[in-house]
Design a protein around this ligand. Structure first.
Ligand SMILES: [Ca+2]
Ligand SMILES: [Ca+2]
Ligand SMILES: [Ca+2]
Length: 327
């Protein structure tokens, strides 16, 4: 790593430690077509459809749907993190094979952009991220820097939920899937000018997406991957898509042990499996019942599993995380 880049990274790390991100962090629940994150939806194409997801309601796009939100939560940020919880589905339309799933777009000029894109091939997809701005130091807005990062060998199955994250630290554009770095490259771009965000399509209403988007989160600094949104519902310790008795069983068998932060039954991300993680599971259980009743998006657990789930939830309703218990 060049020395100036090392200094830059150290400075960013120091700033990250001193500056809490929460105040300026913006989370969007993509669950309606009129107002997202307090900003107006100013254009709806086709009919994005509200559907239940493991993360609350989301919007389903089927290849000719999209919307435009009249806000850019990372406007003016020299460094940022954009996260998206989404499920890219198998496509019905061949033209849906290179969707711009989330597209940050300024006015033109200066035509500043950030896009979270996918490429679909057969039953799989791969990541594509893109950034563009007026070239720093140039007064002519048509003189630009841009970079696409993409690798068609890094395939992932369609039909599953993912956290697709893009970060830019002032020098390096990086793309992560479920917290794992997949792609990166260096490019010198300006802070994104204010503008809009399109979901489910490119901002100019082409390159449509087929799948579901549940959430997007914008942070005006680079987050540690350990702090990214989990791509699984809280309490779903076996990552099956539902919170049920199997997750309780996994918590019970791993009780008292250590875990990598957030892995397995470490629901509160402290590296230990203990009563606090039971509480996370217990609090998520009613949502699991609602989701199963809604019969969309997730497989329905067996009736026997729910009887057990409800019995367990009823049996251990009150202890707090400070108490020792035997699972
Ligand atoms: Ca449609
Ligand atoms: Ca589960
Ligand atoms: Ca824990």
């Amino acid at each position: 790593m060049p020395r100036n880049r090392t200094a830059h990274v150290l400075l960013l790390a120091a700033l990250a430690g001193l500056t809490p991100p929460a105040a300026a962090q913006t989370t969007w629940d993509i669950d309606n077509t009129s107002s997202i994150g307090g900003a107006a939806v100013v254009d709806v194409v086709g009919s994005p459809t509200v559907v239940p997801t493991p993360f609350g309601d989301g919007l389903r796009f089927d290849g000719n749907d999209g919307l435009i939100v009249d806000a850019n939560p990372i406007a003016g940020a020299a460094a940022y993190t954009i996260e998206m919880l989404f499920r890219p589905d198998p496509i019905e339309n061949v033209s849906s094979n290179q969707p711009r799933v989330l597209h940050v777009q300024s006015a033109i000029p200066p035509d500043h952009r950030v896009t979270l894109e996918t490429r679909v091939t057969g039953d799989n997809w791969y990541l594509d991220a893109f950034v563009r701005s007026q070239r720093p130091g140039q007064s002519n807005p048509s003189v630009v820097n841009s970079l696409a990062i993409i690798d068609d060998t890094k395939l992932h199955p369609l039909g599953e939920w993912y956290n697709f994250t893009v970060t830019y630290d002032g020098q390096t554009l990086a793309a992560y899937l479920n917290g794992q770095l997949e792609l990166e490259g260096d490019v010198d771009v300006l802070a994104t000018a204010d503008g809009q965000v399109s979901l489910g399509m490119r901002h100019n209403k082409v390159n449509f997406f087929e799948g579901v988007i549940a959430k997007a989160r914008f942070t005006p600094q680079v987050l540690d991957p350990a702090d990214f949104l989990p791509a699984y519902v809280p309490g779903d310790y076996d990552r099956s898509g539902v919170v049920d008795a199997a997750d309780y069983a996994l918590w019970r068998t791993s009780y008292g042990g250590a875990a990598a932060l957030g892995e397995g039954a470490d629901g509160n991300r402290d590296g230990r499996i203990d009563a606090a993680d039971y509480t996370v599971w217990r609090d998520a259980a009613p949502q699991a019942v609602e989701l199963a009743n809604a019969h969309h998006a997730v497989p329905e657990p067996s009736a026997a599993a729910f009887v057990l789930l409800l019995a367990l939830a009823a049996r251990r309703p009150t202890f707090d995380r400070s108490q020792h218990i035997d699972p």
